[in-house]
Write a protein that binds this ligand. Sequence first.
Ligand code: HEC
Length: 99
Amino acid sequence: MKRFEKLKCAWALLLGAALGLGLVTTPSAAAENEGEALYGAQCADCHGARDIAWWADQYPDAQERRDWLDRFLRRHYPPADDERALIIEHIEAVIADEQ
Ligand code: HEC
């Protein structure tokens, strides 16, 4: 019985910590955080905000830009398929913020 109480307590702590850290959020916010983290880990060493602004200049049309990024990132430091989509979402979010 004591063991069980301890377990329940640990779960409550974990959930509390997750909520506190903002790990439990709405799906779209979580996707954006994930895209940002993936970009940070796989792209940001070489590409900063000026690069992203430059990509937006080259492809002002959002749909064309997405298509281009989707093609380009299949052979340029290629992230996994699901990661590529999240990274493109992050790039688009940064561009939308700038405008
Ligand atoms: C080790 C450094 C490095 C990493 C990591 C890297 N890139 Fe690049 N990237 C470059 C260089 C250098 C170029 C310019 C030469 C070229 O086109 O290949 C470039 C070009 C690009 C371009 C095309 C620019 C143009 O005008 O044609 C895009 C878009 C891009 N990178 C996105 C990304 C994304 C997104 C990631 C993460 C998945 C990433 N890169 C990872 C170095 C890097």
